[in-house]
Design a protein around this ligand. Structure first.
Ligand code: HEC
Ligand code: HEC
Length: 220
């Protein structure tokens, strides 16, 4: 990543992500060398970052894929490939996949059985309470609908509608919400998420991320 490329990126968030690219590539290379995949050949490279069973890598901000619907996963991969969802790391990998590969990896990760983990939360009690309130009731003052009204009870996801949030890492949830807010991610149908995230403060985002990551993993 050159200095010029970095300074031309619009947001600090994107720059910070780009800086982790080298580290992520090393993870991917490790995955290829290991070649222990039990899924389609095209999934081997993914497992280097997303884990052997799609469990994700929380500290690296790599999302959990296991149990997310095949429909949602393939939409994201098509969006990365077309550029509708911008991310330098994922766009490269998605572009290398044929439509058939996309279907195969999406089906594989949607049925992958990664351990259901509850990550002990470091969030404060009031923070988790705010997260729970946003999830279950939303905020009338901010005209934000309850997250669970789209994402399902306790954020477990709703088939054909919205992905699960439960058990996804704080790091990834925060990053996803922030990118909807900054509109660096705008591949949401009907602008549902960009408008929700646009109403949230940084502390609402932190609270929602902490709350959903503290719940047992969802499988819609
Ligand atoms: C070098 C590490 C790396 C590799 C290899 C990689 N990914 Fe990713 N993946 C990421 C990161 C980081 C994100 C979050 C990007 C963002 O914020 O948009 C991500 C996001 C995703 C998402 C979006 C998930 C969501 O909840 O919206 C999908 C789907 C995905 N990857 C699938 C794959 C598949 C399939 C492969 C293999 C073909 C793959 N990834 C390879 C790092 C990687
Ligand atoms: C009106 C419906 C709706 C509401 C309300 C809603 N969401 Fe969403 N959300 C969606 C949809 C649809 C997507 C998937 C967008 C796509 O296909 O790219 C999404 C995606 C997300 C993602 C990205 C997940 C991933 O794996 O990348 C996060 C995080 C998220 N929503 C958090 C929230 C939070 C927190 C709230 C409440 C404050 C909320 N959402 C309220 C519909 C909604």
């Amino acid at each position: 990543m050159t200095r010029r490329a970095l300074s031309s990126t619009p947001r600090r968030v994107e720059a910070a992500r780009a800086l982790t690219l080298a580290g992520l590539m090393m993870l991917a290379a490790h995955g290829i060398a290991r070649a222990e995949t039990t899924g389609p050949a095209s999934a081997t490279v993914c497992e280097g970052c997303h884990g052997l069973h799609g469990e994700g890598n929380a500290p690296a901000g790599i999302p959990r894929l296991a149990g997310q619907s095949a429909e949602y996963l393939s939409k994201q991969l098509e969006d990365y490939a077309s550029g509708d969802r911008a991310n330098p790391v994922m766009q490269n990998f998605a572009k290398a996949l044929s439509h058939a590969d996309i279907e195969a990896v999406a089906t594989y990760f949607s049925t992958a059985d990664a351990p259901r983990t509850v990550i002990p939360s470091t969030a404060s009690v009031p923070q988790l309470a705010l997260g729970r309130r946003l999830a279950r009731q939303g905020s009338e003052a901010k005209r934000v609908q309850a997250c669970d009204s789209c994402h399902g009870p306790d954020g477990i996801g709703v088939l054909h509608a919205a992905p699960y949030l439960a058990g996804q890492s704080v790091q990834y949830l925060t990053s996803a919400l922030t990118s909807f807010q900054l509109r660096t991610r705008k591949n949401d149908p009907g602008k549902l998420m960009t408008s929700v995230a646009g109403q949230l403060s940084a502390s609402d985002i932190a609270a929602a991320a902490a709350y959903f990551s503290s719940l047992p993993t969802g499988t819609p």
